[in-house]
Design a protein around this ligand. Structure first.
Ligand code: GLN
Length: 491
C-alpha cells in the first residue's frame, strides 16, 4: 500500500501545498487502494475515476500557477450517496433512484469542490439513510474493515468503512438519528454531527427534514474539524440554515490536542448507565472517563430523565416526516418507472414503481409514518412524540446549565455480525439508543474512538449545546491525544 493512503488529510494537504507530492499522485494512490480492496469492503457505490483525476489535475495546475490553495486542497473525499452530485449517479442506496444523475450539486459538494478537495465517489448506505448497519442498501452490505464478517454501522457505513480501509482520508455523512456517529464508533473512526442547521441540507435527499444533518467523517479529530469548517456555514438555499458563522472548530481541535482539559466540566448521563450497554463497551467508556479526569476535566453525573423516551419518539417523528418526504418518488419525476405500458392508470404505475423500487425497511417506515399522521391518531402519536421532543430539549438545556458538555458511549454495542439483527427491526433500532437524543434536541455530537472491546472499536460521544460545536471538538481532541488512533488489521 502506498504511504499516501496512510496519511491524515492534514498531512496530505501539507505535502501537496509544499510540493512534496501532487494531487494527482494522491488521488491515484487512493483510486489504486479502492481497486485493491473495495471488492471485499463494498464501501463505494460509484467511483468517479475520471472526475477525481480531473479535479486533482486542476488543483495541481492552480498550485503551479502560484494560487494560494485552501487548507484541504488536493485531499480526496468520499461522499455519502445521499448528497446530489452533478452528473454523477446518486442512488441513496435505493433501486428507485438507480441510474439517476442529478442536474445539480448539493451545497456540501459545491463547497468541497470550491475548497479544492477531490471527490473520489459515492459511498454505500442504508436505503434512504434508514438503518444502522448498511445492510438495508439495495446494493449489498458494506463490510467492516476490522472484521469483514461484521457490519460497519449505518446508515453511513460506506463512508466510515472507506476511512477505516484507507480508501479515503475524509468522508461526508448525514446524521438523522446517529448515522455519522454510530458508524464512526464501530469502525474506529471520527464522526461529527454538527448543530442542526449548521450544515446545509440543500441537495441532501430528505429523510426526516427536522433532523437530517450532513457532517464530516475522518480518521482524526483535527481532520474532521477542517472538513467541518469547509462544508459548514449559512446557506440561503436551505430555509433552516442558521445565519451565523461556523463555530471555530479547528482552533478548538488544536487546543484539545494539547491534552489539557482543566476547567472543563463534563456530565455523564445517568439514565444511559441503566440502558444495557455491552459490558466491554461500558468498561472502555469508564476507562475513557478516567482518562478525561486525568486530563483535568471535572466529571459529574447528570440526570436527563426524558432520554429514555427518545427512541420511541424518534421512531414516530422520523417515519412521519419520511412518509411525507418520500411521496415525491412516484415514478414520474425521478428514476425508476414500472408498468407504464399505456394501459395502466397513473395510480397503478405509481404503486408498481414503489412496490419494486422501495425495500422492506423503507416501506415499513412509510407505513408507520402514514399511520402516525392519520386523522384520529395524529395527536396520540405524532403530537405526543413532539411533546417528548420538547421535554428532551429541556433536559439538554438544564444539563448545559451545569456542565460544558455531556459524554456517553456512542453505541450500546460493538460491530455485530452481518445478519445478526435484520430479523427484528427493534434490535436494529437499539444501535442508536445513545445518539438519538442529540438529534431531537438539534445540538452537535461527535464520536471519537476511545478503546477496544474484544478487538473491536468503541466510541465515546461528546454532546454540546447548539452552536457550541467547538466544545465537542476540544474534548474529543484531548481524548484522542491521550488514547491515540486505532488501526484495523491489514486487509
Ligand atoms: N438508524 C437510525 C434510523 O434508522 C438513524 C438513521 C440516520 O441517522 N440516518 O433511522
Amino acid at each position: 500500500m502506498s504511504d499516501l493512503t496512510r496519511m491524515t488529510a492534514t498531512e496530505i494537504a501539507g505535502l501537496v501545498a509544499g510540493g512534496g507530492t501532487s494531487a494527482v499522485e494522491v488521488t491515484q494512490a487512493h483510486l489504486d487502494r479502492i481497486a485493491a480492496v473495495d471488492d471485499r469492503v463494498n464501501a463505494f457505490l460509484h467511483v468517479d475515476v475520471e472526475g477525481a483525476l480531473a479535479a486533482a489535475r486542476e488543483v495541481d495546475a492552480r498550485r503551479a500557477a502560484g494560487e494560494r490553495l485552501g487548507p484541504l486542497a488536493g485531499v480526496p473525499v468520499a461522499v455519502k450517496d445521499v448528497l446530489t452530485t452533478k452528473g454523477v449517479p446518486t442512488t441513496v442506496g435505493s433501486k428507485i433512484l438507480e441510474g439517476w444523475r442529478p442536474p445539480y450539486d448539493s451545497t456540501i459538494v459545491q463547497r468541497l469542490r470550491a475548497a479544492g478537495t477531490v471527490m473520489l465517489g459515492k459511498t454505500n448506505m442504508d436505503e434512504f439513510a434508514m438503518g444502522s448497519s448498511t445492510e438495508y442498501s439495495a446494493y449489498g452490505p458494506t463490510h467492516n474493515p476490522w472484521d469483514l464478517s461484521r457490519i460497519p454501522g449505518g446508515s453511513g457505513g460506506g463512508s466510515a468503512a472507506a476511512l477505516a480501509a484507507y480508501e479515503a482520508p475524509l468522508a461526508i455523512g448525514s446524521d438523522t438519528g446517529g448515522s455519522i456517529r454510530q458508524p464512526g464508533a464501530v469502525t474506529g473512526t471520527v464522526g461529527a454531527k454538527p448543530t442542526y442547521g449548521g450544515t446545509s441540507r440543500y441537495g441532501l435527499v430528505a429523510f426526516s427534514s427536522s433532523l437530517d444533518t450532513p457532517g464530516p467523517c475522518a480518521r482524526t479529530v483535527l481532520d474532521a474539524a477542517l472538513l467541518h469548517e469547509v462544508i459548514g456555514g449559512h446557506d440561503p438555499r436551505d430555509s433552516t440554515s442558521i445565519p451565523q458563522p461556523v463555530p471555530d472548530v479547528v482552533t478548538a481541535a488544536k487546543l484539545g490536542a494539547t491534552g489539557d482539559l482543566t476547567g472543563v466540566k463534563l456530565g455523564v448521563v445517568t439514565e444511559f448507565a441503566g440502558e444495557g450497554g455491552e459490558p466491554g463497551v461500558m468498561a472502555a467508556f469508564r476507562e475513557a472517563v478516567d482518562t478525561l479526569t486525568k486530563l483535568g476535566a471535572e466529571i459529574v453525573e447528570v440526570s436527563c430523565p426524558h432520554f429514555t423516551y427518545a427512541l420511541p419518539a424518534y421512531y414516530l417523528i422520523a417515519p412521519s416526516e419520511c412518509s411525507s418526504n418520500l411521496a415525491r418518488f412516484d415514478g414520474v419525476r425521478f428514476g425508476l418507472r414500472v408498468g407504464d405500458d399505456g394501459n395502466r392508470s397513473l395510480e397503478e404505475v405509481m404503486s408498481l414503481t414503489r412496490e419494486a423500487g422501495f425495500g422492506p425497511e423503507v416501506k415499513r417506515r412509510i407505513m408507520i409514518g402514514t399511520y402516525a399522521l392519520s386523522s384520529g391518531y395524529y395527536d396520540a402519536y405524532y403530537g405526543q412524540a413532539q411533546k417528548v421532543r420538547t421535554l428532551i430539549t429541556r433536559d439538554f438545556t438544564a444539563a448545559f446549565e451545569r456542565v460544558d458538555a455531556l459524554i456517553s458511549p456512542t453505541t450500546p454495542f460493538v460491530a455485530f455480525p452481518i445478519g445478526a439483527r435484520t430479523a427484528d427491526p427493534y434490535q436494529m433500532y437499539l444501535a442508536d439508543l445513545f445518539t438519538i437524543p442529540t438529534n431531537l434536541y438539534g445540538g452537535p455530537g461527535i464520536s471519537v474512538p476511545c478503546g477496544l472491546s474484544d478487538g473491536l472499536p468503541v466510541g465515546l460521544q461528546v454532546m454540546a449545546p447548539t452552536m457550541a460545536d467547538d466544545r465537542m471538538y476540544r474534548v474529543a481532541a484531548a481524548l484522542e491525544s491521550a488514547v491515540g488512533t486505532f488501526t484495523p488489521p491489514a486487509l
